[in-house]
Design a protein around this ligand. Structure first.
Ligand code: SF4
Length: 238
């Protein structure tokens, strides 16, 4: 891991000492369900609904008793609830049939579950089991490539680049730190670079400053250029 990346995460860790998984859960199963539900919506929205649901339905066995329609009813205030309900309906059955209701502990097994992609699997591995993993969501993808820790065009390659660039004992926390920074300052549309504690190590900010300097040079050059001459044939006219 190079000095620049080490410095970036040291600074971010000072800035966000409480960076953590924000989905409320008490078991790996609950984290798995909440992560599936969090796709295309916010953790806040999932947290509004699920803690009360988990009191009634704490594990896979309890969810097995629900019909598809009842699952839809249970999660209907969360975005895309119909397709998520279908995934959860199938996921619960697969968990019970193949893993006795336990959430598996490997990426390969987790990604066999309906509705579970690499990001969800990595969130569960990291936060339920402490397995070094980097879940690349929209914030992590944006920041990693903006800052210049990765230079990739897709999520899978960004995950691989981050794994290569960072020490494994930092992977879990790096994910949380990038998300917290993405929400606080490095937002998608208008990053607040003037307030950013890692701007000196950020490729995006360097490129923006270089563009601004070039624009200033161009402006200064234009202002020194002589004004266009009046064409000679017009000089004698009143
Ligand atoms: S300097 Fe700007 S682009 Fe770079 S990490 Fe900070 S806020 Fe994001």
């Amino acid at each position: 891991m190079n000095a620049k990346n080490r410095r970036i995460f040291e600074v971010l860790a000072q800035r966000y000492p409480d960076a953590h998984c924000e989905l409320l859960h008490e078991t790996p199963f609950q984290l798995l369900i909440s992560t599936v539900l969090s796709a295309q919506t916010t953790d806040v929205q999932v947290n509004k609904v699920m803690p009360a649901v988990y009191e009634r339905l704490p594990d896979a066995k309890a969810w097995l008793s629900l019909s598809l329609g009842e699952i839809e009813e249970t999660i209907k205030s969360i975005g895309l609830y119909k397709s998520k309900a279908r995934h959860i309906y199938a996921l619960v059955r697969m968990l019970l049939e193949e893993w006795g209701g336990e959430v598996p502990r490997t990426l390969e097994e987790l990604t066999k579950l309906p509705g579970v992609g690499r990001k969800t699997a990595n969130v569960v591995l990291a936060n339920a089991y402490g397995v070094p993993s980097i879940a690349v969501d929209t914030h992590v993808f944006r920041l990693a490539n903006r800052i210049g820790i990765a230079h990739e065009k897709n999520v899978a390659k960004t995950e691989a680049a981050l794994q290569k660039a960072l020490d494994p004992d930092l992977w879990i926390q790096a994910h949380h730190l990038l998300i917290f920074h993405g929400r606080a300052l490095c937002t998608a549309r208008s990053p607040k670079c003037d307030l950013c504690p890692i701007r000196d190590d950020c490729d995006y900010d360097k490129s923006q400053r270089a563009l601004a300097r070039a624009a200033l040079r161009q402006k200064a050059k234009k202002s020194k250029e002589p004004s266009p001459r009046v064409p000679s044939r017009e000089k004698g006219r009143p």
